[in-house]
Design a protein around this ligand. Structure first.
Ligand code: ADP
Ligand code: MG
Length: 311
């Protein structure tokens, strides 16, 4: 087990996109090359359409995150926030049917999740997966080596143990995580709060260029959310492009977003500054739902499908 996402995302095959999607991708790729210079130090999502098991979920998402920027992504349940994060990472279940994902101007749709991680993308799972038999420390040592040495092949040397241990210990102390934690199997029997702290620890060790934090606050008590919020700020907001998916203001306390995006029915319907996040915490999504009835309708029908799925 040497690769973070290869380990976590083991099902499904790549390259299952339809011919039609390939054609439209080529089309948009050509247009991008013609119209715009490659954006460096940016993650750009262009007209992204994503289906899950044949059901359209995202219906044309546009979003550009430059390094050093913090973006908040909000929206009611089932609006497609996690789908966007997982599609950016290349989860095989989330099929891109149209549009592009550009990293520094390069279309990465054909890259494996592993390659995306090695090139500086990171996704902290809303619902992390357990990997029994793989200790946190071993997992982190492999993953950290791979992102620092993107060309490293299987079986090639890892970061020296002493160096790694020292760094891991420091990061764990920062996050108030017991060092014993590193000997446990990844997410195996972790409480909700422990899982979220493990995701932040990965973020601190991997130091990605672009990070998507998917409801990292859920399952944490107020003190733990504050610690997580401080830790994210310390890891270096200025070095990362951050997309923080959250329902709570506490996670943004130390990370005020330059931009707030609201997703409804698989589209970003509104973008504003920090005041938009503030409005949504205080007053909920009623105004947004009323202002975008088509997106609201789409959201409701997705929610119904979701409740059928869980029954
Ligand atoms: P959010 O994170 O905003 O709550 P999601 O992206 O998790 O929303 O879900 C958006 C829609 O996509 C929902 O209707 C959900 O049921 C569907 N969906 C997401 N992931 C899957 C999946 N793995 N299998 C089936 N449906 C899914
Ligand atoms: Mg979600």
């Amino acid at each position: 087990m040497s690769r973070r996402f290869a380990a976590i995302i083991t099902t499904g095959e790549h390259g299952s996109r339809s011919k039609q999607a390939d054609t439209s991708r080529q089309e948009t790729e050509r247009m991008t090359q013609l119209n715009e210079p490659a954006a460096t130090d940016a993650l750009s999502i262009r007209n992204l359409h994503v289906s899950v098991e044949g059901k359209p979920i995202l219906r044309g998402v546009d979003l550009t995150i430059r390094r050093g920027e913090t973006h908040a992504l909000m929206g009611p349940n089932g609006s497609g926030k996690s789908t966007l994060g997982l599609a950016i990472m290349g989860h095989p279940k989330y099929t891109v049917t149209e549009g592009q994902i550009l990293l520094d101007g390069t279309n990465i749709l054909d890259w494996s999740p592993d390659d995306r991680a090695r090139h500086g993308l990171f996704y902290a799972f809303q619902r992390p997966v357990a990997i029994p038999g793989v200790k946190m420390a071993d997992f982190l040592r492999h993953a950290t080596t791979n992102v620092r040495q993107p060309e490293r092949g299987e079986g090639e040397p890892l970061i020296p143990m002493r160096e790694f241990r020292k760094e891991l210990k420091e990061r764990m102390e920062d996050l108030h995580i017991d060092v014993e934690f590193a000997r446990r199997y990844v997410n195996d029997g972790f409480s909700g709060g422990e899982m979220k702290r493990a995701e932040i620890l990965q973020l601190a060790m991997l130091q990605p260029r672009f990070a998507i934090l998917d409801e990292t606050d859920s399952g944490l008590d107020a003190d733990a959310v504050r610690l997580a919020s401080e830790a994210i700020a310390r890891i270096g907001r200025d070095k990362m492009g951050l997309l923080i998916i959250t329902h709570h203001d506490k996670l943004l306390e130390h990370n005020p977003p330059e931009y707030t995006h609201v997703m409804l029915g698989g589209r970003i319907v509104e973008t504003g500054g920090p005041e938009l996040a503030e409005e949504l915490y205080r007053h909920g999504y009623e105004r947004i739902r009323a202002a975008y009835p088509d997106a609201d309708q789409a959201n409701q029908s997705m929610e119904q499908k979701e409740s059928r799925l869980t029954v």
